[in-house]
Design a binder for this molecule. Structure first.
Ligand code: SF4
Length: 394
């Protein structure tokens, strides 16, 4: 299949700016960059925007990107019509766009977005509510006008930025098209927030979450199991749950700590002021955290590869027992089985402790691998191997 004459000539020129990350839940969303990098950029555990300078983008610049995305979408529709797919982005259209060289990354990602038909859009980067409210309203209105098929627009923002906005401004932003704010809560324990240089207090986290809800938007709070280390894990679990109990966010998303050598926390670990928890300790911490959540109806998800137990997911309060059961099941495994599961999970082979019994061949291979590493390097070698595998996915 060939696209209409002329379309193919221009498609390489159609591109717009993209940021480095999006939440896992936005994997099938249209991505648009509204600001660049993080205006704070000091959290000890974070590497995402290290050495990248924050900058605002002008409204005109953002609108130009939205228009380019629209032009690409129109070209894709033209390809579909020419292919006889009637304007639908189906397998035929996708295999053409991915089968031919010359289509830009933007072009392909918009094609996939249209193929999935999620109607979702995620605004990058780390803290878009830092924009002047009027500017953001202008951008959102333009986006909704150019893409009437969009049904959900979400963004990241920091609690400290949100508390500076009036509920009226946030309401205006919601009316202009923003539906959900993802907030990196990480912890609700003040000494830990301070230690990690998060630049926010537990009280500000509560105020920010409540304000977003009052404005009629959904709140998605990211919690970081493991962040307290062996020094503060229990306070981290309990105080974080207490903060969430006062917000009742729509979503609580777990994203376990990984300490890569490039983050400042790695140095703290080397100095000895922070001690990383083992996987089993983090599981115990999550148990305490879930047990302390009370009186809220949030959905908990573990939709990130950093989490050992992906099945800790469900809506409170009904699924609390089910989620705690996932933990009990793991904790009831003999130590050797837990190690096999951890290697399988960190290596991408397992998603559930049930997988240990479903696939004897994988199980046997992992067991032999552990035996081999253990013989050569001892138990510490196995732990190192698991840590390195886990880090390699981040
Ligand atoms: S506010 Fe978020 S993006 Fe910025 S440094 Fe902290 S964790 Fe990273």
């Amino acid at each position: 299949m060939q696209p209409a004459e002329g379309l193919k000539l221009n498609k390489n020129e159609l591109s717009f700016e993209l940021g480095p990350i999006r939440p896992p839940s936005e994997a099938r969303s249209l991505l648009l960059r509204v600001t660049r990098n993080c205006p704070w950029n000091q959290c000890l555990f974070c590497r995402t925007y290290k050495k990248r300078k924050f900058s605002l983008r002008s409204v005109d610049e953002i609108k130009q990107d939205i228009q380019t995305a629209r032009d690409i979408a129109d070209e894709i529709l033209a390809i579909s019509l020419k292919a006889g797919s009637g304007g639908r982005v189906d397998d035929r259209v996708i295999s053409h766009i991915f089968g031919e060289s010359g289509y830009s990354e933007n072009f392909r990602s918009i094609a996939m977005w249209m193929y999935y038909g999620t109607g979702a859009c995620f605004l990058q980067d780390a803290d878009n509510l830092v924009m002047k409210s009027d500017y953001l309203v202008d951008v959102l209105k333009f986006l909704r006008e150019r893409f009437p098929q969009i049904t959900r627009v979400t963004t990241y923002s920091r609690s400290r930025t949100i508390v500076r906005k009036k509920v009226e401004s946030l309401t205006e932003i919601r009316k202009s098209g923003l539906n959900r704010v993802h907030i990196g809560l990480e912890t609700g324990y003040d000494p830990l927030l301070k230690y990690m240089k998060k630049g926010v207090t537990a009280a500000q986290h509560i105020e920010a979450g409540q304000k977003v809800k009052m404005a009629g938007m959904e709140v998605s709070e990211y919690v970081m199991p493991g962040l307290g280390g062996q020094e503060m894990w229990a306070e981290h679990a309990v105080e974080t749950a207490k903060v969430l109990n006062q917000i009742n966010p729509d979503f609580i998303r777990l994203r376990s700590l990984r300490v890569l050598p490039i983050v400042a926390l790695y140095e703290k670990m080397a100095e000895g002021s922070f001690t990383r928890q083992s996987d089993d300790m983090v599981v115990e911490e999550i148990k305490l955290f879930i047990n302390t959540l009370d009186g809220i109806s949030s959905i908990i998800t573990s939709d990130h590869i950093s989490n050992l137990l992906e099945e800790i997911t469900g809506r409170l309060p009904d699924d609390k027992g089910k989620m705690l059961n996932v933990i009990s099941k793991y904790q009831a495994l003999p130590e050797q089985e837990r190690i096999i599961y951890r290697v399988g999970r960190r290596g991408g082979a397992y998603r559930s402790t049930d997988d240990l019994t479903f696939d004897p061949s994988t199980y046997g291979k992992i067991r032999n691998l552990i035996k081999d590493i253990s013989l050569k390097q001892g138990p510490d070698g196995v732990e190192r191997f698991i840590t390195e595998m886990g880090d390699s996915y981040i």
